[in-house]
Design a protein around this ligand. Structure first.
Ligand code: HEC
Ligand code: HEC
Length: 254
């Protein structure tokens, strides 16, 4: 990653904040230049809307042995307004947290009785964008579910733990050094408000897990594979940490 070799400069800079006070929390949208902000503000210019359109087609398409579409059971997709604000959520079959993409795949498998999509596939990102868009502007509202507690604690611990050859924790960058420059980039606070997200660097749409894997390889840590429990636990903690911030999915980042 382009910021990888500049980490030393960041570490030499004074640490400003231990933990982000609620009044100072802000979406990483605020740290971007005006050109990228304008792309996100205007749906006609937001490339992620192409995936939303594809998602709207898939929503209507019958699939699997059930011969049903998402619409057959859920009706208009606006019925899922609010859903994206409370994921990851507890999943009874696996007795653990699942993120929104995994939840959609569960319906794909057990309700439509079709083969699940690959994580990070265009189809799954498309449907996830469509569902996330229904919650745009609503505050992130992690569920108060005691069954999630141990997973949340594990996510909190992973966030604070030093990782990789650079021996840096998420907190050291995103809680203690946000707003500082790292290479050509401003370190953002690292909130999960805009996923799936179109990244100019990716030239495509990606999930929060893809982003987390980027940060992990940035510190030269072995990144957990897509769908790993650890990544979902990190997502869970990021949701709690961003509680109340409005969803802006699908967002755009540089
Ligand atoms: C055969 C009926 C059926 C089909 C087809 C179906 N679902 Fe579902 N879906 C359900 C049921 C039942 C639930 C559980 C509702 C609940 O827990 O209140 C659910 C739950 C969900 C949830 C979680 C909602 C929440 O409140 O947490 C999402 C997201 C979802 N479905 C998306 C989809 C998508 C996307 C498709 C198409 C790929 C789809 N579903 C296809 C029946 C279906
Ligand atoms: C060395 C500093 C550093 C570390 C350590 C780090 N990140 Fe990041 N992170 C960044 C930078 C810089 C960006 C901005 C994206 C870019 O341009 O690469 C970013 C972006 C993000 C974003 C995207 C925010 C958005 O609006 O899209 C999230 C979420 C995030 N990081 C979470 C994490 C988590 C969780 C960890 C620990 C596993 C972590 N980061 C570790 C520097 C770091």
């Amino acid at each position: 990653m382009r910021w990888r070799c500049r980490f030393l400069l960041v570490l030499l800079a004074p640490s400003l904040h231990a933990q982000i006070p609620e009044a100072q929390r802000r979406s990483d949208f605020e740290f971007m230049g005006p050109a990228v902000q304008a792309m996100q503000r205007d749906d006609a210019r937001n490339p992620a809307m192409l995936w939303v359109q594809q998602g709207a087609q898939l929503w209507q398409q019958a699939a699997g042995a059930s011969g049903k579409s998402c619409a057959s059971c859920h009706g208009d997709v606006s019925s899922l307004r609010g859903v994206a604000t409370r994921y990851p959520a507890f999943d009874t079959p696996t007795q653990g947290p699942v993120n929104l993409a995994q939840r959609i795949n569960r319906c794909r498998q057990s309700q439509q009785r079709a083969a699940p999509w690959k994580l990070e596939s265009e189809e799954l990102l498309a449907l996830e964008s469509l569902v996330a868009l229904q919650s745009r502007g609503l505050p992130i509202t992690p569920p108060a579910d005691v069954r999630l507690q141990s997973h949340l604690e594990r996510g909190r611990q992973l966030y604070a733990q030093r990782l990789g050859q650079l021996d840096l924790s998420c907190a050291q960058c995103h809680d203690q050094r946000w707003g500082q420059r790292l290479g050509g980039t401003t370190i953002p606070q690292g909130h999960p408000t805009s996923y799936p997200q179109y990244r100019l660097e990716w030239q495509g749409l990606g999930s929060l897990q893809r982003r987390l894997r980027n940060c992990l390889s940035g510190v030269r840590a072995q990144a957990w594979p897509l769908g790993a429990r650890e990544l979902v636990e990190l997502e869970l903690f990021l949701g709690v940490r961003a509680r109340g911030l409005p969803l802006e999915a699908p967002g755009v980042r540089p």
